[in-house]
Design a protein. Structure first.
Length: 362
């Protein structure tokens, strides 16, 4: 296949759906497959794939949205930092509307007059720092393995240039420890994982090998309907043959070794430590924190961040959705008081959030 239309071919999709149905009949029992990528959640919703599944195949969403899994305590810390004097706070767009305790958000702070800016790349942060030498520039480092190399590269470049007024508030997270926590939770009974496509470009397959060793099939897929349907077929085939593996469907972008250079840049700047995930709690070695050699660029070392009493949003089921326990339809706020225009929880705020996908493609 060479062209995007081929990955949306209706006849090929129909053929794959028939295969999925045939395999599901052979399996007989109920099967739960979790996708761990916000882009997969969007694709499944956009192409109506969940509705095309046989009755015994259930697709659930996991913690694939970095904005959604950011703990409310970290959101509150970001709000505190952004409200300090002489600070220009920068972030990617999705973080602007994420509510903290008492429904405060960066967007509301900006409306109050604080200097909070949306950036599209880390190069923007370097320019802002160079143009505003009398101010502290703080970048909220958020994302999984896909975006982390760019933030690490920014810190390395800032150190080489001698830029002293730029720091990173790192809430970066890595996906495999969260998947390990989900795979080991017997109450979830996950029978297969659809591994994230973009993250896997960096990681390759070895990072997910523990899933197969635990007896759970896994596949790395792309984001077109043919990709997703082929991924489901591969998982079902592994179940039938009792040969759990980490397969690559997304071969046009992912190889088994991943991107060693990107991982090297991450390792140069960051170290792994325990991190709190919304809905999943504290997961060992799942967060990325700035190493001592780059400690001057650690926002936590520049500000005396106080202990903040954070409170989860009342009634919001986002935490349960990130574990695959609930769907948006089971949240009392969904499409009631919580909409894209007035998002109450982060799963509705982010374009990769489960609630956002369900609302847009219902």
């Amino acid at each position: 296949m060479k062209y995007i239309d081929e990955y949306r071919d209706p006849k090929l999709a129909e053929s794959l759906i028939r295969k999925v149905n045939s395999l599901s009949l052979k399996i007989g029992k109920a099967i739960t497959i979790m996708e761990v990528c916000g882009s997969h959640t969007q694709a499944i919703g956009r192409y109506g794939i969940r509705k095309l599944m046989p009755e015994n195949i259930r697709l659930i969403s996991g913690p694939g949205c970095p904005v959604c899994v950011t703990a409310i305590s970290d959101v509150d810390k970001a709000l505190w930092i952004a409200s300090q004097d002489n600070v220009i706070f920068t972030t990617f767009g999705d973080m602007m509307k994420v509510p903290g305790t008492r429904a405060r958000s960066l967007q509301k702070l900006r409306a109050e007059g604080f200097d909070i800016r949306i950036v599209s790349s880390t190069l923007d942060c370097l320019k802002i720092a160079s143009d505003n030498t009398g101010k502290q520039i703080v970048f909220m480092g958020i994302g999984f393995e896909t975006t982390t190399p760019t933030i690490a590269a920014m810190i390395i470049r800032a150190k080489k240039r001698g830029i002293s007024n730029l720091s990173v508030f790192s809430v970066h997270k890595i996906i495999p420890p969260a998947m390990k926590a989900l795979a080991s939770d017997p109450s979830l009974n996950i029978n297969g994982f659809m591994c994230p496509g973009h993250v896997s470009i960096i990681l390759g397959t070895e990072a997910y090998r523990f899933i197969a060793r635990a007896g759970i099939p896994a596949v790395i897929t792309g984001f077109e309907p043919i990709d997703v349907l082929e991924g489901i077929e591969i998982i079902l085939d592994q179940i039938i043959n009792n040969k759990p593996d980490v397969s690559i469907q997304y071969k046009r972008a992912v190889n088994a070794d991943g991107n060693a250079k990107a991982r090297q840049i991450i390792d140069e700047v960051f170290f792994e430590g325990d991190s709190e995930w919304r809905g999943l709690g504290v997961i060992p070695d799942s967060g990325l924190f700035i190493k001592k050699d780059f400690s001057d660029f650690n926002t936590a070392n520049r500000f005396n961040i106080p202990d903040i009493e954070s409170e989860e949003i009342k009634g919001c089921a986002c935490g349960d959705m990130l574990k695959g326990i609930k769907t948006p339809y089971e949240c009392p706020l969904f499409d009631n008081v919580c909409t894209p225009v007035n998002p109450v929880g982060p799963c509705m705020v982010s374009s990769e959030g489960t609630c956002s996908a369900y609302y847009k493609y219902r």
